[in-house]
Write a protein that binds this ligand. Structure first.
Ligand code: ZN
Length: 430
């Protein structure tokens, strides 16, 4: 399922030359192209380029396969597990050069739109162009949450803890502050853990259970919980509406998304832990294959809390999941929810500044309070050998990009823009 948004190409600046660098020709003009009144033959230039083949015209990357994920140069928080990442063999690296190389003489690609297929600019389905996502959630705030957190930290990962603020004693918040400081998500599991279906609640009670709990957690931790999980997975439409008003997402067992799988990390839904481990690992296999989202739901560990799993169970599962580290994005429920929401509301847009320089910016009708984390932008490229794609922010800061199988990737925050140039690798590297 393609979740990406098609991009209108907006032309700001100069005419595009026809001397290219290996792009094909003859493709039809892409729908949705628009041009400003530069009076040049911009549309036809772009149209000529729209059918450009990017897969086999560069020297370096023709041997890679299309579904290989390459980790970005900068590394990410979820890159902890053992992986099978393929390194891009294009000779292109994110580098740290400082030369903007803005003149045409520096450009390794005199007609940028022939080297970068802006008509196919997209936002990747998941961060870093990973194929699928996984989030691990633990409910009720048991004492072993700290131990759970450290199991994830050792794997380079972060988990989500849904806590019940109404039952936390005044001196009981330090463990949640510590988990917050380690980068784990502290989510809202209601004020007192009621059954929202079988308890009659006034509007006031509903507000206290959901919004009051959110406010109390924010007051204690200084961070407003972004996601909510209903106790027992039970909710009414009325309660769901209240939860959705002030939370980015609500954790559910079903999302109406065929790739989504909720995995029970407990002994209540399986005969024994060994069998449960097989079940959840198989669920993960299916999610990775489908390009979906695996959401684990557990409680405590090692005898603590309701139907707990064990340290060994978590470690074995994470070791199994590590085989997918190059294709699976593991992050908190909030971070994955946010990415999924924003990839559908944010649009990537191209601004052609000149024949050798373009800007990409993320725009659209998104909520800036929610879509404030980088999204991964993908664009097919055909980089001449000996050249490199150069991406930097308006203030000149280098932004890492990586190229795999004829596609370039970089992370960009909604509202920000980045300049793209193709420059000789030697110049770029100095
Ligand atoms: Zn619960």
């Amino acid at each position: 399922m393609l979740r990406a948004s098609v991009v209108p190409v907006v032309v700001l600046g100069a005419a595009l030359g026809l001397t290219g660098c290996g792009g094909g020709s003859g493709g039809p003009a892409a729908d949705g192209l628009s041009s400003t009144d530069t009076g040049t033959s911009v549309a036809s230039s772009l149209g000529t380029n729209a059918g450009a083949s990017t897969g086999n015209s560069t020297g370096g990357n023709s041997g890679t396969t299309t579904d290989t994920n390459v980790a970005p140069g900068g590394g990410t928080a979820d890159s902890g597990g053992a992986g099978t990442s393929t390194t891009a063999d294009t000779g292109i690296s994110s580098g740290s050069g400082s030369n903007g190389g803005t003149t045409t003489g520096d450009a390794a690609c005199p007609d940028l739109s022939r080297c970068v297929d802006f008509t196919a600019l997209r936002i990747a389905k998941y961060k870093d162009n990973k194929r699928a996502a996984a989030s691990y959630t633990f409910d009720d705030g048991y004492a072993t949450s700290t131990a759970i957190g450290s199991i994830f930290e050792k794997a380079g990962l972060r988990a989500t803890f849904y806590i019940i603020p109404g039952v936390i004693p005044a001196d009981g918040w330090s463990m949640w502050q510590a988990l917050r400081d380690k980068g784990h998500e502290i989510g809202n599991h209601s004020m007192t853990h009621p059954d929202f279906v079988n308890t009659v609640m006034s509007d006031q009670q509903l507000d206290t259970e959901i919004n009051g709990a959110q406010r109390l957690i924010e007051q204690k931790l200084g961070i407003r919980p972004q996601t909510f999980a209903f106790p027992y997975h039970l909710y009414t439409d009325r309660a769901l509406k209240v939860a959705q008003q002030n939370h980015v997402a609500v954790r559910k067992m079903n999302l109406g998304d065929p790739g989504y799988q909720f995995a029970f990390f407990d002994t209540d839904h399986g005969t024994d832990l060994a069998g449960t481990l097989v079940t959840v690992n198989r669920q993960l296999d299916e999610v990775v294959k489908a390009g979906g989202w695996f959401v684990a739901g557990g409680h405590g560990i090692d005898g603590d809390g309701w139907s707990p799993v064990t340290t060994e169970f978590l470690q074995k599962h994470l070791a199994y999941a590590a085989q997918y580290s190059s294709t699976l994005w593991t992050d908190t429920f909030a971070n994955v929810s946010r990415y999924r929401l924003c990839r559908d509301t944010v649009k990537a847009e191209v601004l052609l500044q000149s024949s050798t320089q373009a800007y990409v910016r993320l725009t659209g009708t998104y909520d800036p309070a929610v879509c404030n984390a980088p999204l991964t932008v993908t664009v097919p490229v055909s980089i001449p050998s000996g050249a490199a794609l150069h991406t930097k922010t308006a203030d000149g800061t280098e932004v890492p990009n990586w190229v795999s199988a004829g596609t370039a990737f970089f992370n960009l925050r909604p509202g920000d823009k980045i300049s793209l140039q193709v420059v000789p690798a030697t110049k770029f590297a100095k």
